[in-house]
Each structure stands twice: as structure tokens, then as C-alpha cells.
Design a binder for this molecule. Sequence first.
Ligand SMILES: *[C@@H]1O[C@H](CO)[C@@H](O)[C@H](O)[C@H]1NC(C)=O
Ligand SMILES: *[C@@H]1O[C@H](CO)[C@@H](O)[C@H](O)[C@H]1NC(C)=O
Length: 294
Amino acid sequence: MLLVFLLNLREGWLQAKGCWDLEGCFSCPQDELREQLTCFCALKLVSAGAKTAARPFEYGRTHVVRPKGRHQATIVWLHGLGDNGASWSQLLETLPLPNIKWICPTAPTRPVAVFGGFPCTAWFDVGDLSEDGPDDVEGMDASAAHVANLLSTEPADIKIGVGGFSMGAATALYSATCFAYGKYGNGNPYPVNLSAIVGLSGWLPCSRSLKNKVESSQVASRRAAALPLLLCHGRGDEVVLYKHGEKSAEVLRSNFQNLTFKTYNGLGHYTIPEEMEDVCKWLTATLGLDGSCS
Ligand SMILES: *[C@@H]1O[C@H](CO)[C@@H](O)[C@H](O)[C@H]1NC(C)=O
Ligand SMILES: *[C@@H]1O[C@H](CO)[C@@H](O)[C@H](O)[C@H]1NC(C)=O
């Protein structure tokens, strides 16, 4: 059962491979059957070992795409489960957004519950790719802090944002809630001023506690209302189901009033040029980019 589930998920990622490669998660041999068996064995081994090791996780390599024109904004872009920063930096480099500097970090490799403990690059532990899952607040805080640190040294006149795909989108949305609330889940102050959030094919983690947190403070409500969010989701997404994306947008919209939700017929768990065009237009308008290359 678990194996079948895993392979179905893998299927979704393979579709996503159209634009970029997956590394880090499945380093199994090519042969399909051997791949299944090796993954399954590795999974068993890791879930046995995971209980004893409780080290802090190390983040992977960060790739930076320099702006081709005048630098006006910096966005940290977060990859999905099992992917890495390099693959997205290659795609982002091709976008007609000369005023944006992209920072593409790589998540730590860690055991992930949705794979029965199989190690993957992941921004936090997850048992269920939806807004209903239990929340690894510690893992999300650590990743949101890693992102904020990457942005904290940007000059004051540069607008900053966070975006991502799938679990990266979930982490971007978690960062948005920390920014609005002014604090991480652990109570430490959130240190940067976000101007834009983009989430593709993702979901909102911690949705149960969001409402209370944001509504409990006028400052938080005002910050949430003023922060522009763009969420995009394929109606054919079988990995992070469309209904979860839609539900997340609904929950968010009650606080984050400047939220745009775009949907794409027939789109699965991957991106297409039409979607990236929408992202470019939205970022250019929202961040007031001048769009020139010199
Ligand atoms: C945060 O950024 C917004 C828009 O870029 C700006 O209006 C606001 O003054 C900034 N706030 C702080 C505390 O820097
Ligand atoms: C959303 O935010 C953008 C950028 O700050 C702004 O231009 C736009 O007017 C806002 N839209 C709404 C409905 O508040």
C-alpha cells in the first residue's frame, strides 16, 4: 500500500520533471523494479534509524540569480519536496524579470513522514500534503528563519518577497503568517518586511491556528490585509489536490485581503509557461518593477 502510494507521488513529480530535474530524494537505479525495491528497502532502513538520530538538519546549497537590470526586489524561491534550489534557479533565470534577484536555497535532507521516514529534501516534516495535516511547527519555524536570514542583509530600498512551489509554497505561506503576526510559531520576532508572496501548487500549513493568531491583533490584521499574495493551482493536481489549494486560499482570504487565486484547467503538479507569465505580470505590477534591462 505504502509503496503504491509512494510511486503515485513519484509519478506526479515525474510530470513536473518537464522543466527541471529531481535530485536528492530518489538516488535509485534506473530499472523500474529495482528502483521500487531499493527505495522500499532504503525507506525501511531509514525509518528504523530515524528514531535514534535527533541532530539539527543542515540546509543545502543556495543558488542566486542576479538581476540583469536595476535591482529593485529580492525574492527567495523555495522548491518542492525532493527537489533542490538549482533546478528552480535555471527556470527563474529565463523569466522576463530583470529587476529581481532570486535566491534559491535547498532544503535539508531529512526523514519525511509521508514517505514512512524516507529521507528527502524537505522544508519541514509532513505526513499529509494538505491543510488538514498535523503541523511540524519546529521545522517550519526553522525554514522560515532560514528564509528570513537570507533576506535580512538586502538593502533597505529593495522590496523583498518569498515564493515557492508545493511544499515551498506552503513554507512561503507560513512565512506570510509569521510576518503578519510579527512572530514565528515559537514566539521569536519575525525580522523582515515582506512585500509579496507567491505560492504555486501549494497549501497553507497551520491553517487552524492562523485565524485566531491574526485576528487577535489589530497590527497583525492590518499587516495581513496589506500583504499581496498570489496563489496558483492546477485543477488537475493529483499530488496537492486542487481542493486543498482552494481551501487554503479561502482560509487565507479572510485575513489576507489582497489575495489573487488563479486556477488552470488540466494543469497537474507542475508549472506551465502560462502560469509563469501570470507570475511575471503579477510581480511586475505588485512590486512596481520598471522592467528594463539596463
Ligand atoms: C515595509 O514595506 C512596505 C512596502 O514595501 C512599506 O510601505 C513599509 O513602510 C515597510 N515597513 C517597514 C516597517 O519597514
Ligand atoms: C494589492 O497590493 C498592490 C501592491 O501593493 C496594490 O497595488 C493593489 O492596489 C492592492 N490591491 C488591493 C485590492 O488592495
